[in-house]
Write a protein that binds this ligand. Structure first.
Ligand SMILES: Cc1ncc(COP(=O)(O)O)c(C=O)c1O
Length: 552
Protein backbone atom coordinates (compact mmCIF):
# COMPACT_ATOMS: atom_id res chain seq x y z
CA UNK A 1 0.00 0.00 0.00
CA UNK A 2 1.35 3.42 -0.93
CA UNK A 3 1.78 6.15 1.63
CA UNK A 4 -1.00 8.21 -0.03
CA UNK A 5 -3.46 5.33 0.00
CA UNK A 6 -2.72 4.62 3.61
CA UNK A 7 -3.34 8.22 4.63
CA UNK A 8 -6.63 8.22 2.75
CA UNK A 9 -7.82 5.18 4.66
CA UNK A 10 -6.57 6.22 8.07
CA UNK A 11 -7.13 9.42 10.03
CA UNK A 12 -4.00 11.56 10.00
CA UNK A 13 -3.84 11.64 13.71
CA UNK A 14 -4.57 8.68 15.87
CA UNK A 15 -5.27 9.21 19.49
CA UNK A 16 -5.22 6.55 22.14
CA UNK A 17 -6.51 7.50 25.51
CA UNK A 18 -6.66 5.65 28.70
CA UNK A 19 -7.64 6.55 32.18
CA UNK A 20 -6.16 5.53 35.46
CA UNK A 21 -6.88 6.89 38.88
CA UNK A 22 -9.05 9.57 37.38
CA UNK A 23 -6.25 11.10 35.33
CA UNK A 24 -6.09 10.88 31.59
CA UNK A 25 -3.03 10.43 29.46
CA UNK A 26 -2.97 10.35 25.72
CA UNK A 27 -0.63 9.24 23.03
CA UNK A 28 -0.83 11.04 19.74
CA UNK A 29 1.07 9.80 16.75
CA UNK A 30 0.25 10.48 13.14
CA UNK A 31 2.34 7.51 12.09
CA UNK A 32 0.83 5.07 14.52
CA UNK A 33 -1.94 3.91 12.21
CA UNK A 34 0.54 3.40 9.44
CA UNK A 35 2.67 1.31 11.76
CA UNK A 36 -0.37 -0.75 12.73
CA UNK A 37 -1.23 -1.36 9.11
CA UNK A 38 2.25 -2.54 8.60
CA UNK A 39 2.00 -4.96 11.50
CA UNK A 40 -1.33 -6.29 10.21
CA UNK A 41 0.01 -6.81 6.73
CA UNK A 42 3.16 -8.55 7.78
CA UNK A 43 2.08 -10.69 10.75
CA UNK A 44 -1.69 -11.12 10.51
CA UNK A 45 -4.41 -9.93 12.82
CA UNK A 46 -5.02 -13.24 14.55
CA UNK A 47 -1.82 -12.91 16.54
CA UNK A 48 -2.99 -9.89 18.45
CA UNK A 49 -6.00 -10.81 20.58
CA UNK A 50 -9.65 -9.88 20.77
CA UNK A 51 -11.78 -6.99 19.63
CA UNK A 52 -13.14 -6.56 23.13
CA UNK A 53 -9.87 -5.05 24.29
CA UNK A 54 -9.71 -2.84 21.29
CA UNK A 55 -13.08 -1.16 21.72
CA UNK A 56 -12.40 -0.58 25.42
CA UNK A 57 -9.08 0.97 24.69
CA UNK A 58 -10.16 3.61 22.25
CA UNK A 59 -13.29 5.36 23.28
CA UNK A 60 -13.80 7.54 20.17
CA UNK A 61 -13.65 4.30 18.22
CA UNK A 62 -15.44 5.79 15.23
CA UNK A 63 -12.21 7.41 14.17
CA UNK A 64 -10.41 4.15 14.31
CA UNK A 65 -13.00 1.75 12.91
CA UNK A 66 -10.88 0.84 9.98
CA UNK A 67 -8.16 -0.55 12.21
CA UNK A 68 -8.52 -4.30 12.64
CA UNK A 69 -9.94 -4.91 16.08
CA UNK A 70 -7.31 -7.52 16.80
CA UNK A 71 -4.66 -4.87 16.80
CA UNK A 72 -6.25 -3.11 19.73
CA UNK A 73 -4.39 -5.21 22.22
CA UNK A 74 -1.12 -4.23 20.73
CA UNK A 75 -2.06 -0.57 20.66
CA UNK A 76 -3.27 -0.70 24.23
CA UNK A 77 0.04 -2.18 25.27
CA UNK A 78 1.80 0.53 23.36
CA UNK A 79 -0.19 3.25 25.05
CA UNK A 80 0.60 1.82 28.46
CA UNK A 81 4.22 1.63 27.56
CA UNK A 82 4.45 5.21 26.42
CA UNK A 83 2.23 6.76 29.04
CA UNK A 84 3.13 10.41 28.60
CA UNK A 85 0.69 13.18 28.16
CA UNK A 86 1.26 14.25 24.56
CA UNK A 87 4.69 15.51 25.54
CA UNK A 88 6.66 13.21 23.30
CA UNK A 89 5.71 15.43 20.41
CA UNK A 90 4.74 18.76 21.90
CA UNK A 91 6.76 20.43 24.59
CA UNK A 92 4.38 20.90 27.52
CA UNK A 93 3.73 24.41 28.69
CA UNK A 94 5.04 24.04 32.19
CA UNK A 95 3.91 27.12 34.04
CA UNK A 96 5.20 26.83 37.54
CA UNK A 97 4.77 29.97 39.61
CA UNK A 98 8.07 31.59 40.57
CA UNK A 99 7.92 32.58 44.22
CA UNK A 100 8.31 36.25 45.02
CA UNK A 101 10.46 37.51 47.82
CA UNK A 102 8.29 37.76 50.92
CA UNK A 103 7.39 41.41 51.47
CA UNK A 104 7.38 40.92 55.21
CA UNK A 105 9.00 38.15 57.22
CA UNK A 106 5.73 37.07 58.79
CA UNK A 107 4.01 33.74 58.24
CA UNK A 108 1.31 35.53 56.29
CA UNK A 109 3.88 37.25 54.09
CA UNK A 110 5.68 33.96 53.47
CA UNK A 111 2.48 32.09 52.58
CA UNK A 112 1.56 34.81 50.10
CA UNK A 113 5.00 34.95 48.47
CA UNK A 114 5.32 31.19 48.09
CA UNK A 115 1.74 30.60 46.89
CA UNK A 116 1.15 28.18 49.73
CA UNK A 117 -1.91 25.93 49.28
CA UNK A 118 -3.68 24.30 52.21
CA UNK A 119 -3.90 20.51 52.27
CA UNK A 120 -5.80 18.39 54.77
CA UNK A 121 -2.85 16.77 56.51
CA UNK A 122 0.75 15.73 56.04
CA UNK A 123 -0.34 12.14 55.43
CA UNK A 124 1.01 10.58 52.28
CA UNK A 125 -2.50 10.23 50.87
CA UNK A 126 -3.10 14.00 51.03
CA UNK A 127 0.31 14.93 49.67
CA UNK A 128 -0.26 12.35 46.97
CA UNK A 129 -3.54 13.97 45.97
CA UNK A 130 -1.84 17.36 45.75
CA UNK A 131 0.95 15.86 43.64
CA UNK A 132 -1.58 14.32 41.29
CA UNK A 133 -3.28 17.69 40.82
CA UNK A 134 0.06 19.42 40.22
CA UNK A 135 1.19 16.93 37.59
CA UNK A 136 -2.08 17.43 35.77
CA UNK A 137 -2.26 21.21 36.15
CA UNK A 138 1.32 22.00 35.17
CA UNK A 139 1.96 19.11 32.75
CA UNK A 140 4.97 18.20 34.86
CA UNK A 141 7.58 15.86 33.48
CA UNK A 142 10.60 16.93 35.54
CA UNK A 143 11.47 16.35 39.18
CA UNK A 144 9.34 18.31 41.57
CA UNK A 145 8.86 18.48 45.30
CA UNK A 146 6.15 19.44 47.72
CA UNK A 147 7.35 21.41 50.73
CA UNK A 148 5.07 21.57 53.73
CA UNK A 149 5.71 24.79 55.65
CA UNK A 150 3.28 23.82 58.44
CA UNK A 151 5.60 20.92 59.20
CA UNK A 152 8.48 23.39 59.55
CA UNK A 153 6.42 25.42 62.03
CA UNK A 154 5.45 22.33 64.03
CA UNK A 155 9.12 21.35 64.31
CA UNK A 156 10.07 24.88 65.34
CA UNK A 157 7.33 24.97 68.00
CA UNK A 158 8.43 21.64 69.42
CA UNK A 159 12.05 22.80 69.57
CA UNK A 160 10.94 25.97 71.41
CA UNK A 161 8.97 23.99 74.00
CA UNK A 162 11.66 21.38 74.59
CA UNK A 163 14.71 23.66 74.45
CA UNK A 164 13.34 27.03 75.56
CA UNK A 165 16.79 28.51 76.18
CA UNK A 166 18.15 27.51 72.77
CA UNK A 167 17.58 29.61 69.67
CA UNK A 168 17.80 27.41 66.56
CA UNK A 169 20.06 28.57 63.74
CA UNK A 170 18.97 26.53 60.73
CA UNK A 171 21.93 24.90 58.92
CA UNK A 172 21.18 26.21 55.44
CA UNK A 173 23.50 23.67 53.75
CA UNK A 174 21.05 20.89 54.51
CA UNK A 175 18.43 22.31 52.15
CA UNK A 176 18.81 25.92 51.00
CA UNK A 177 15.12 26.20 50.24
CA UNK A 178 13.83 29.76 50.23
CA UNK A 179 10.41 28.80 51.56
CA UNK A 180 11.86 26.93 54.53
CA UNK A 181 14.39 29.70 55.26
CA UNK A 182 11.70 32.38 55.09
CA UNK A 183 9.33 30.41 57.33
CA UNK A 184 12.03 29.88 59.93
CA UNK A 185 13.01 33.54 59.69
CA UNK A 186 9.37 34.53 60.26
CA UNK A 187 9.31 32.32 63.34
CA UNK A 188 12.40 34.03 64.75
CA UNK A 189 15.14 31.51 63.96
CA UNK A 190 18.73 32.38 63.16
CA UNK A 191 20.89 30.77 60.47
CA UNK A 192 24.08 28.76 60.28
CA UNK A 193 25.69 29.68 56.96
CA UNK A 194 28.74 27.88 55.64
CA UNK A 195 29.71 30.27 52.87
CA UNK A 196 29.32 33.59 51.13
CA UNK A 197 26.63 32.03 48.92
CA UNK A 198 24.52 31.02 51.90
CA UNK A 199 24.92 34.40 53.61
CA UNK A 200 23.80 36.10 50.41
CA UNK A 201 20.83 33.77 50.03
CA UNK A 202 19.65 34.31 53.60
CA UNK A 203 20.13 38.08 53.60
CA UNK A 204 18.48 38.37 50.17
CA UNK A 205 15.31 37.06 51.81
CA UNK A 206 15.33 39.96 54.24
CA UNK A 207 16.94 38.20 57.21
CA UNK A 208 19.07 40.64 59.24
CA UNK A 209 22.70 39.51 59.28
CA UNK A 210 22.81 39.73 63.08
CA UNK A 211 20.91 36.43 63.05
CA UNK A 212 23.69 34.64 61.16
CA UNK A 213 26.70 32.67 62.31
CA UNK A 214 29.22 31.74 59.63
CA UNK A 215 29.85 28.35 61.17
CA UNK A 216 32.65 27.17 58.92
CA UNK A 217 35.89 26.73 60.85
CA UNK A 218 38.02 27.20 57.71
CA UNK A 219 36.94 30.14 55.59
CA UNK A 220 37.89 31.04 52.04
CA UNK A 221 39.02 34.61 51.33
CA UNK A 222 35.60 35.42 49.83
CA UNK A 223 33.87 34.15 52.98
CA UNK A 224 35.98 36.45 55.15
CA UNK A 225 35.21 39.42 52.90
CA UNK A 226 31.53 38.46 53.04
CA UNK A 227 31.58 38.51 56.86
CA UNK A 228 32.96 42.06 56.70
CA UNK A 229 30.54 43.19 54.00
CA UNK A 230 27.45 41.86 55.74
CA UNK A 231 28.55 42.45 59.32
CA UNK A 232 28.07 38.82 60.24
CA UNK A 233 28.66 38.86 63.99
CA UNK A 234 30.08 35.36 64.69
CA UNK A 235 32.29 32.78 63.03
CA UNK A 236 33.93 29.56 64.17
CA UNK A 237 37.57 28.42 64.10
CA UNK A 238 39.57 25.38 65.20
CA UNK A 239 43.19 26.16 64.34
CA UNK A 240 45.97 28.66 64.93
CA UNK A 241 46.21 29.18 61.19
CA UNK A 242 42.60 30.37 61.03
CA UNK A 243 43.28 32.86 63.83
CA UNK A 244 46.21 34.25 61.83
CA UNK A 245 44.01 34.49 58.74
CA UNK A 246 41.26 36.31 60.61
CA UNK A 247 43.74 38.77 62.08
CA UNK A 248 45.28 39.40 58.65
CA UNK A 249 41.85 39.95 57.08
CA UNK A 250 41.12 42.71 59.65
CA UNK A 251 37.55 41.40 59.85
CA UNK A 252 35.82 42.42 63.07
CA UNK A 253 33.99 39.28 64.05
CA UNK A 254 33.45 37.44 67.32
CA UNK A 255 35.10 34.06 67.45
CA UNK A 256 33.61 30.76 68.51
CA UNK A 257 36.02 27.92 69.19
CA UNK A 258 34.80 24.70 67.63
CA UNK A 259 35.90 21.72 69.64
CA UNK A 260 35.81 18.06 68.75
CA UNK A 261 33.18 16.19 70.76
CA UNK A 262 32.01 13.21 68.71
CA UNK A 263 29.10 10.92 69.23
CA UNK A 264 30.82 7.76 67.95
CA UNK A 265 27.37 6.31 67.25
CA UNK A 266 26.32 9.18 64.98
CA UNK A 267 25.49 8.09 61.44
CA UNK A 268 27.87 10.70 60.04
CA UNK A 269 30.63 11.65 62.45
CA UNK A 270 32.24 14.95 61.44
CA UNK A 271 35.06 15.15 63.98
CA UNK A 272 37.88 13.89 61.75
CA UNK A 273 37.65 17.03 59.66
CA UNK A 274 36.63 19.84 62.01
CA UNK A 275 36.79 20.53 65.71
CA UNK A 276 39.89 21.21 67.81
CA UNK A 277 41.02 18.29 69.94
CA UNK A 278 40.72 19.20 73.62
CA UNK A 279 44.48 19.08 74.17
CA UNK A 280 44.88 21.90 71.62
CA UNK A 281 42.46 24.22 73.40
CA UNK A 282 44.94 25.91 75.79
CA UNK A 283 47.21 26.83 72.85
CA UNK A 284 44.26 28.22 70.84
CA UNK A 285 43.08 30.33 73.78
CA UNK A 286 46.60 31.70 74.30
CA UNK A 287 47.04 32.58 70.63
CA UNK A 288 43.62 34.28 70.53
CA UNK A 289 44.62 36.32 73.60
CA UNK A 290 48.03 37.22 72.14
CA UNK A 291 46.49 38.36 68.87
CA UNK A 292 43.88 40.33 70.80
CA UNK A 293 41.03 38.57 69.03
CA UNK A 294 37.50 38.58 70.40
CA UNK A 295 36.79 35.05 71.62
CA UNK A 296 33.10 34.84 72.52
CA UNK A 297 32.12 31.20 72.76
CA UNK A 298 32.42 27.50 72.11
CA UNK A 299 30.73 25.30 69.52
CA UNK A 300 30.70 21.61 68.66
CA UNK A 301 28.94 19.18 66.36
CA UNK A 302 28.50 15.68 67.76
CA UNK A 303 27.87 14.26 64.26
CA UNK A 304 24.86 14.17 61.98
CA UNK A 305 22.00 11.83 62.95
CA UNK A 306 23.29 11.50 66.48
CA UNK A 307 22.19 8.39 68.32
CA UNK A 308 23.60 8.95 71.78
CA UNK A 309 22.04 11.87 73.71
CA UNK A 310 24.88 11.71 76.23
CA UNK A 311 27.23 12.96 73.53
CA UNK A 312 25.63 16.42 74.00
CA UNK A 313 26.11 16.25 77.78
CA UNK A 314 29.81 15.42 77.36
CA UNK A 315 30.27 18.20 74.84
CA UNK A 316 28.43 20.72 77.02
CA UNK A 317 30.65 19.90 79.98
CA UNK A 318 33.82 20.30 77.86
CA UNK A 319 32.43 23.66 76.76
CA UNK A 320 31.87 24.67 80.38
CA UNK A 321 35.51 23.91 81.24
CA UNK A 322 36.65 26.05 78.30
CA UNK A 323 34.27 28.88 79.26
CA UNK A 324 35.75 28.92 82.78
CA UNK A 325 39.31 28.90 81.48
CA UNK A 326 38.62 31.61 78.88
CA UNK A 327 36.83 33.87 81.38
CA UNK A 328 39.82 33.56 83.70
CA UNK A 329 41.97 34.82 80.78
CA UNK A 330 39.75 37.87 80.36
CA UNK A 331 37.51 36.84 77.45
CA UNK A 332 33.82 37.80 77.53
CA UNK A 333 32.36 34.35 76.89
CA UNK A 334 28.67 34.49 76.02
CA UNK A 335 27.87 32.09 73.13
CA UNK A 336 27.37 28.35 73.47
CA UNK A 337 26.60 26.63 70.15
CA UNK A 338 25.33 23.04 70.33
CA UNK A 339 25.68 22.40 66.57
CA UNK A 340 23.38 20.00 64.73
CA UNK A 341 22.87 16.25 64.78
CA UNK A 342 19.17 16.08 65.66
CA UNK A 343 16.53 14.21 63.70
CA UNK A 344 12.84 15.14 63.50
CA UNK A 345 9.79 13.09 62.55
CA UNK A 346 6.12 12.79 63.43
CA UNK A 347 4.11 10.30 65.48
CA UNK A 348 0.66 9.23 64.19
CA UNK A 349 -0.98 11.63 66.69
CA UNK A 350 0.90 14.56 65.17
CA UNK A 351 3.43 15.03 67.94
CA UNK A 352 7.06 15.49 66.98
CA UNK A 353 9.76 13.06 67.95
CA UNK A 354 13.48 13.77 67.76
CA UNK A 355 14.44 10.17 68.64
CA UNK A 356 17.07 8.80 68.72
CA UNK A 357 18.35 12.22 69.81
CA UNK A 358 16.68 13.52 72.95
CA UNK A 359 15.94 17.19 73.64
CA UNK A 360 14.98 16.50 77.27
CA UNK A 361 18.43 15.15 78.02
CA UNK A 362 20.06 18.13 76.29
CA UNK A 363 17.89 20.57 78.28
CA UNK A 364 18.72 18.83 81.56
CA UNK A 365 22.43 18.91 80.77
CA UNK A 366 22.24 22.62 79.91
CA UNK A 367 20.35 23.51 83.08
CA UNK A 368 22.85 21.62 85.17
CA UNK A 369 26.09 22.65 83.48
CA UNK A 370 25.15 26.17 82.31
CA UNK A 371 22.46 27.13 84.85
CA UNK A 372 20.39 30.18 84.05
CA UNK A 373 21.77 32.07 87.07
CA UNK A 374 23.88 34.85 85.58
CA UNK A 375 27.20 33.00 85.92
CA UNK A 376 27.86 33.99 82.31
CA UNK A 377 26.20 37.38 81.82
CA UNK A 378 24.31 37.70 78.56
CA UNK A 379 24.73 34.00 77.79
CA UNK A 380 23.14 33.02 74.47
CA UNK A 381 22.67 29.37 73.62
CA UNK A 382 22.09 28.39 70.01
CA UNK A 383 22.06 25.17 68.00
CA UNK A 384 22.38 24.51 64.27
CA UNK A 385 19.80 21.91 63.27
CA UNK A 386 19.79 21.01 59.59
CA UNK A 387 18.25 17.57 59.17
CA UNK A 388 15.79 18.19 62.02
CA UNK A 389 14.06 20.96 60.07
CA UNK A 390 14.62 19.86 56.47
CA UNK A 391 13.85 16.16 56.33
CA UNK A 392 10.16 15.84 57.21
CA UNK A 393 8.64 18.74 55.25
CA UNK A 394 9.70 17.57 51.78
CA UNK A 395 8.27 14.97 49.42
CA UNK A 396 10.22 14.49 46.20
CA UNK A 397 8.61 13.20 43.03
CA UNK A 398 10.56 11.64 40.17
CA UNK A 399 9.16 10.60 36.80
CA UNK A 400 9.51 7.06 35.51
CA UNK A 401 10.52 7.68 31.91
CA UNK A 402 11.91 4.35 30.81
CA UNK A 403 11.57 0.65 31.51
CA UNK A 404 13.16 -2.58 30.41
CA UNK A 405 12.01 -6.11 31.02
CA UNK A 406 14.34 -9.01 31.63
CA UNK A 407 15.09 -11.84 34.02
CA UNK A 408 17.14 -11.92 37.19
CA UNK A 409 19.81 -14.44 38.15
CA UNK A 410 17.09 -16.82 39.37
CA UNK A 411 15.41 -16.68 35.98
CA UNK A 412 12.46 -14.69 37.36
CA UNK A 413 10.89 -11.73 35.65
CA UNK A 414 12.74 -8.53 36.55
CA UNK A 415 12.08 -4.92 35.62
CA UNK A 416 14.55 -2.07 35.25
CA UNK A 417 13.17 1.44 35.53
CA UNK A 418 14.78 4.77 34.75
CA UNK A 419 13.75 7.82 36.74
CA UNK A 420 14.54 11.50 36.35
CA UNK A 421 16.75 11.76 39.46
CA UNK A 422 19.62 9.65 40.63
CA UNK A 423 22.95 9.34 42.35
CA UNK A 424 24.33 12.51 40.76
CA UNK A 425 21.13 14.29 41.78
CA UNK A 426 19.16 14.15 45.00
CA UNK A 427 20.15 10.56 45.69
CA UNK A 428 23.74 11.70 46.19
CA UNK A 429 22.80 11.09 49.82
CA UNK A 430 23.42 7.39 49.16
CA UNK A 431 27.09 8.32 48.86
CA UNK A 432 27.47 11.27 51.21
CA UNK A 433 24.77 10.93 53.81
CA UNK A 434 24.26 7.21 54.32
CA UNK A 435 20.79 7.73 52.85
CA UNK A 436 18.63 5.16 54.51
CA UNK A 437 16.85 3.67 51.54
CA UNK A 438 14.98 0.89 53.32
CA UNK A 439 12.96 3.51 55.16
CA UNK A 440 11.94 5.12 51.91
CA UNK A 441 8.38 4.74 50.96
CA UNK A 442 7.49 4.65 47.31
CA UNK A 443 4.15 5.74 46.08
CA UNK A 444 3.83 5.31 42.38
CA UNK A 445 1.63 8.21 41.51
CA UNK A 446 -1.54 7.32 39.62
CA UNK A 447 -0.63 3.66 39.73
CA UNK A 448 -1.07 2.73 43.35
CA UNK A 449 -3.30 5.06 45.27
CA UNK A 450 -3.23 3.91 48.87
CA UNK A 451 -6.74 2.48 48.72
CA UNK A 452 -5.92 0.19 45.81
CA UNK A 453 -2.85 -1.21 47.41
CA UNK A 454 -4.12 -4.76 47.89
CA UNK A 455 -4.45 -5.23 44.20
CA UNK A 456 -0.94 -3.99 43.66
CA UNK A 457 0.56 -6.06 46.43
CA UNK A 458 -0.30 -9.15 44.40
CA UNK A 459 1.59 -7.89 41.41
CA UNK A 460 4.95 -6.92 42.82
CA UNK A 461 7.92 -7.69 40.62
CA UNK A 462 11.60 -7.59 41.47
CA UNK A 463 12.73 -4.20 40.17
CA UNK A 464 15.80 -2.00 39.94
CA UNK A 465 15.45 1.76 39.73
CA UNK A 466 18.19 3.63 37.89
CA UNK A 467 18.96 7.33 37.76
CA UNK A 468 19.04 9.19 34.44
CA UNK A 469 22.77 9.49 33.69
CA UNK A 470 24.75 7.10 31.53
CA UNK A 471 26.85 5.94 34.49
CA UNK A 472 25.85 2.39 35.46
CA UNK A 473 26.71 3.21 39.07
CA UNK A 474 23.78 5.61 38.96
CA UNK A 475 21.34 3.22 40.60
CA UNK A 476 18.84 4.34 43.23
CA UNK A 477 17.36 1.03 44.36
CA UNK A 478 18.29 -2.48 43.42
CA UNK A 479 16.08 -5.58 43.50
CA UNK A 480 13.14 -4.17 45.35
CA UNK A 481 9.60 -5.48 44.97
CA UNK A 482 7.50 -2.93 43.08
CA UNK A 483 4.19 -3.08 41.32
CA UNK A 484 4.73 -2.86 37.59
CA UNK A 485 5.21 0.77 36.66
CA UNK A 486 4.56 2.50 33.36
CA UNK A 487 6.36 5.35 31.74
CA UNK A 488 4.67 8.48 32.97
CA UNK A 489 4.24 7.20 36.53
CA UNK A 490 5.93 8.95 39.41
CA UNK A 491 7.87 7.64 42.36
CA UNK A 492 7.27 9.66 45.50
CA UNK A 493 9.81 10.00 48.28
CA UNK A 494 8.48 11.53 51.48
CA UNK A 495 10.71 12.84 54.29
CA UNK A 496 13.34 13.50 51.66
CA UNK A 497 14.47 17.06 52.36
CA UNK A 498 17.76 16.51 54.18
CA UNK A 499 21.00 16.44 52.18
CA UNK A 500 19.28 15.40 48.96
CA UNK A 501 18.46 18.23 46.55
CA UNK A 502 21.09 20.39 48.26
CA UNK A 503 23.93 18.28 46.88
CA UNK A 504 22.57 17.52 43.39
CA UNK A 505 24.52 18.36 40.24
CA UNK A 506 23.67 18.42 36.55
CA UNK A 507 25.98 15.65 35.30
CA UNK A 508 25.19 14.57 31.72
CA UNK A 509 23.41 17.89 31.23
CA UNK A 510 20.43 16.52 33.13
CA UNK A 511 19.16 19.23 35.43
CA UNK A 512 18.83 17.27 38.66
CA UNK A 513 19.73 20.32 40.75
CA UNK A 514 16.57 22.12 39.64
CA UNK A 515 13.44 20.89 41.33
CA UNK A 516 10.12 22.63 40.88
CA UNK A 517 9.06 23.43 44.45
CA UNK A 518 5.40 23.65 45.39
CA UNK A 519 4.51 24.82 48.86
CA UNK A 520 1.67 23.53 51.01
CA UNK A 521 0.38 24.06 54.52
CA UNK A 522 -1.02 20.89 56.14
CA UNK A 523 -3.95 21.58 58.38
CA UNK A 524 -3.18 18.54 60.49
CA UNK A 525 0.10 17.13 61.71
CA UNK A 526 0.46 13.36 61.68
CA UNK A 527 2.91 10.72 60.54
CA UNK A 528 3.33 10.27 56.81
CA UNK A 529 1.57 6.92 56.82
CA UNK A 530 -0.10 4.62 59.34
CA UNK A 531 1.87 1.69 60.68
CA UNK A 532 -0.14 -0.67 58.47
CA UNK A 533 0.49 1.42 55.37
CA UNK A 534 4.16 1.58 56.17
CA UNK A 535 4.30 -2.18 56.55
CA UNK A 536 2.53 -2.58 53.22
CA UNK A 537 4.24 0.13 51.29
CA UNK A 538 7.82 0.49 52.38
CA UNK A 539 9.85 -1.31 49.83
CA UNK A 540 12.88 -2.86 51.43
CA UNK A 541 16.19 -3.19 49.70
CA UNK A 542 17.75 -6.57 50.07
CA UNK A 543 21.13 -5.09 49.19
CA UNK A 544 22.47 -1.59 48.74
CA UNK A 545 21.87 0.14 45.44
CA UNK A 546 25.58 0.33 44.87
CA UNK A 547 28.55 -0.73 46.86
CA UNK A 548 30.25 2.37 48.10
CA UNK A 549 32.79 2.85 50.79
CA UNK A 550 32.06 5.81 52.99
CA UNK A 551 35.09 7.88 53.91
CA UNK A 552 34.62 8.55 57.60
C1 LIG B 1 28.80 23.28 61.31
C2 LIG B 1 27.57 22.50 61.07
N1 LIG B 1 26.43 22.84 61.73
C3 LIG B 1 25.28 22.19 61.53
C4 LIG B 1 25.20 21.15 60.63
C5 LIG B 1 23.88 20.46 60.44
O1 LIG B 1 23.92 19.18 60.95
P1 LIG B 1 22.61 18.30 61.03
O2 LIG B 1 21.99 18.28 59.71
O3 LIG B 1 23.09 16.99 61.49
O4 LIG B 1 21.70 18.94 62.03
C6 LIG B 1 26.36 20.73 59.95
C7 LIG B 1 26.31 19.59 59.03
O5 LIG B 1 27.25 19.20 58.40
C8 LIG B 1 27.56 21.43 60.17
O6 LIG B 1 28.70 21.10 59.51
Amino acid sequence: MTQGAREAKAPRRFQARYRRSGASFSVQDRDLVAALDNIRNTRGAATYGSGQDFSESFAPAAEADHVPTALGVYVKGLAHTIGFKDSLQNEPEVEVPVPEHPKALTLEGVCGAFAVEAIASRRMADVHQRATDLVEKHSLEENFCIVDLATVKALFDYHRVKLPRVRPHYAVKCLPDRGIISTLAALGAGFDCASQGEVELVTSLGVPSERIILAHPVKRPCDLRCIAEHDVPYTTFDSVSELHKILASKVKVKLVLRIRADDPMARLPLGAKYGAPLDKVPELLSVAALLNLDLAGVSFHVGSSSRNPDAYRNAISYARQIFDQAVSMGFHMHLLDLGGGFTGSFNPDGTVTEAPSNFDRVREALDEIFPDDGTFPGLQIIDEPGRYFAQAPVTMACLVYGKREGTNDAGERHMDYYITDGLYGSFNGIIYDGLDLPTYFLQPNKVAPLSHQDEFEKQKISSTVYGPTCDSLDCVMRNIPLPELSNGDWLMFPDAGAYTMAGACDFNGILCSKYHCFYVWSEKMTSTATKKELEDLVYQNDRPACTLVQNR
